[in-house]
Write a protein that binds this ligand. Structure first.
Ligand code: AP5
Ligand code: MG
Length: 191
């Protein structure tokens, strides 16, 4: 089983690369952001609550987010059998510890954490552009600034966490989508 965490700031290319990785390696792609946006679109109770955090560029509380991920894993036993690409989870140390536990319960573990490293100015440019092209609600200047700040404060410490346990691989996320994908594959092919 190949379980990959794709890690990086907002707009670093997690979703773009995850789709390609999922297709090439037959993995189930879980984007927690997409799961939440689907709830927002369907106006569920979770969606209403999630929107109050997402619109401010804040993280959804760990306890709730862990439940959401657990539910996705529990409801897709077949699709996850070859492995999962986790996109947007974990985002805190508490989530990382819980993910290790959830996978251990299933007799598996994280194979690798791929970190897409992109400077903040480029993240901002990409998200502003996407906001103009797609209208994604949290791609506005004020929320982007907050998302990047939250990333540095709450999520970036995971780099050290995964480096210490020998699981972190840094990838330069500044090239073309194709070049970055080739670099990721040359690494994953060795696992
Ligand atoms: P989420 O949906 O995960 O958003 P994010 O982390 O802010 O990241 P994005 O989806 O914006 O970017 P991405 O890294 O996927 O890049 P993409 O491939 O799209 O989370 C949204 C919110 O949900 C959070 O703020 C939080 O509130 C909540 N949430 C989600 N998970 C949570 C969790 N675990 N705990 C708590 N809260 C949680 O690329 C970005 C753009 O750049 C695209 O337009 C793309 O086409 C373009 N692009 C991609 N690669 C390149 C390239 N190489 N060159 C040029 N352009 C590129
Ligand atoms: Mg994404």
């Amino acid at each position: 089983m190949l379980n990959v965490v794709i890690f990086g700031g907002p707009g670093s290319g997690k979703g773009t690369q995850s789709e390609r990785i999922a297709e090439r390696y037959g993995l189930f792609h879980i984007s927690t952001g997409e799961v939440l946006r689907d709830h927002i679109a369907r106006k569920t109770d979770l969606g209403k609550l999630a929107n109050s955090y997402i619109s401010q560029g804040m993280l959804i509380p760990d306890k709730l987010m862990i439940k959401v991920l657990q539910h996705v894993l529990d409801t897709h036993p077949g699709e996850t059998s070859r492995g999962v690409i986790f996109d947007g989870f974990p985002r805190t140390i508490a989530q990382a510890e819980e993910l290790d536990r959830m996978l251990a319960d299933r007799g598996t573990k994280i194979s690798s954490v791929i970190g897409l490293e992109v400077p903040d100015e480029m993240l901002t440019e990409r998200m502003i552009l996407r906001g103009q092209q797609t209208g994604r609600a949290d791609d506005n200047e004020r929320t982007i600034k907050q998302r990047i700040a939250v990333y540095h404060k709450q999520t970036a410490p995971l780099k050290d966490h995964y480096t210490t346990s020998g699981r972190y691989t840094k990838i330069n996320g500044e090239g073309t989508v194709d070049d970055i994908f080739t670099t990721i594959c040359s690494y994953l092919d060795l696992i």
